[in-house]
Design a protein around this ligand. Structure first.
Ligand code: SF4
Ligand code: SF4
Ligand code: FES
Length: 362
């Protein structure tokens, strides 16, 4: 009979969990769940070698192990540090960690533009959440921010290097999922940037996954850019029989009425994709009839997308009917006959590039 594996006991913010040896502190915290899970901007459980770049997951190890209870001298990256038996870790209970994380956020935002109002990632951006939950009120940086021109990586993906936080997730994705690495981080320090080798286009049929793994709006879907804000769309689970054997064919369609505005992979509560999808499903199947629709998708990660969905509420009593002695009120004004925006025939998802006011006046 196989010998039973001894589990390590680790305490994180006072909560004890037993995990297999080799588990990182971050993954042990994820087994507990809730607020004590450190934020992770570069670690991605589906990508080997990821983590250790952004430092947002810093924690304090106040007791190294049962055998050697000395605390670790410095804060450590929880995505890269494995647990020891008897280890004690402080995350949100340590003011030192919270202060350090505030500094990390300030660094991540040193060169970041104030693009949120026009950025396609807004509403599902991990950096927005991080800034809101852990950031300082203002930056102390007084120098000019570095800027880059927008670059097309192939005909479906656009890179806004000014928004990149150099997490390397897209590089690992191109390497491990798309199997065809044609880009990487060139330069170091202030000069580091994501770039394609000799301006090559990215050609793999799985390269669109870099958009999903990017925690910010640095890599955007050109078939969706400026078409809509995510919080106006309804996410639904859908699937199709995809010819590509490596593609799971299980996606989320972002719809408004019958229009499919974009197609993404399904993501879990940590914002990581459950399974990667191919570019045909992502970019070329933009009609509801291409898909078998399963039903509404619950967005597990806290997001503005999940806000304002009223469930289990009691509808208020309709007093107007009572006031009118039981007569049904008539429709006072048919807005659709007046508003250009509500023209029923316009199909925004089919317009090439961003939608302009002209599109509504055709
Ligand atoms: S990447 Fe996020 S934080 Fe940056 S501009 Fe876009 S939405 Fe705002
Ligand atoms: S482009 Fe996005 S995924 Fe790639 S390194 Fe920059 S932030 Fe990370
Ligand atoms: S998530 Fe740990 S260093 Fe980035």
């Amino acid at each position: 009979m196989a010998e039973e594996q001894k589990l390590f006991k680790v305490k994180i913010d006072g909560i004890t969990v037993e995990v297999a040896p080799g588990t990182t502190i971050l993954n042990a915290a994820r087994q507990i769940g809730g607020d004590i899970v450190p934020p992770a901007m570069c670690y991605y459980s589906k990508l080997q070698g990821s983590g250790g770049k952004c430092r947002t997951c810093l924690v304090k190890v106040s007791k190294g192990s049962e055998a050697d209870p000395r605390p670790m001298p410095k804060l450590v990256a929880s995505c890269r540090t494995t647990v020891m038996d008897g280890m004690e870790v402080a995350n949100i209970t340590s003011p030192e960690v919270l202060e350090a994380r505030k500094g990390v956020v300030e660094f991540l935002l040193l060169n970041h533009p104030l693009d949120c109002p026009v950025c396609d990632q807004a509403g599902e951006c991990h950096l927005q959440d991080l800034g809101y939950e852990h950031g300082a009120e203002a930056t102390r940086y007084e120098f000019k921010r570095r800027t880059f021109d927008k670059v097309d990586l192939g005909d479906k993906i656009q890179l806004h290097m000014t928004r990149c936080i150099l997490c390397y997730r897209c590089v690992f994705t191109a390497d491990q999922v798309a199997g065809n690495r044609e880009h990487g981080v060139l330069g170091r320090g202030e000069h580091a940037e994501i770039s394609t080798y000799l301006s090559k286009n990215l050609s793999s049929p799985f390269i669109g996954n870099v958009i999903d793994v990017c925690p910010v709006g640095a890599l955007t879907d050109k078939t969706f850019r400026f078409k809509n804000r995510v919080w106006f769309l309804k996410p639904v689970n859908a699937h199709r029989d995809c010819d590509n054997p490596k593609c799971c064919g299980k996606t989320v369609l972002w719809m408004r009425g019958d229009e499919v505005f974009r197609v993404t992979a399904r993501k879990d509560k940590y914002g990581e994709v459950e399974d990667f999808i191919c570019d045909t499903c992502r970019f070329d199947k933009k009609e509801a009839k291409d898909w078998v629709i399963e039903g509404p998708r619950k967005i597990e990660r806290q997001s503005v997308i999940s806000a304002n969905h009223y469930v289990g509420v009691n509808k208020p009593k309709d007093t107007l009917v009572e006031v009118l002695d039981g007569r049904q009120p008539k429709l006072l004004m048919d807005i659709h006959s007046i508003s250009q925006v509500n023209r029923p025939n316009i199909d925004l998802s089919q317009i090439e590039g961003p939608a302009h006011s002209d599109d509504f006046n055709k």
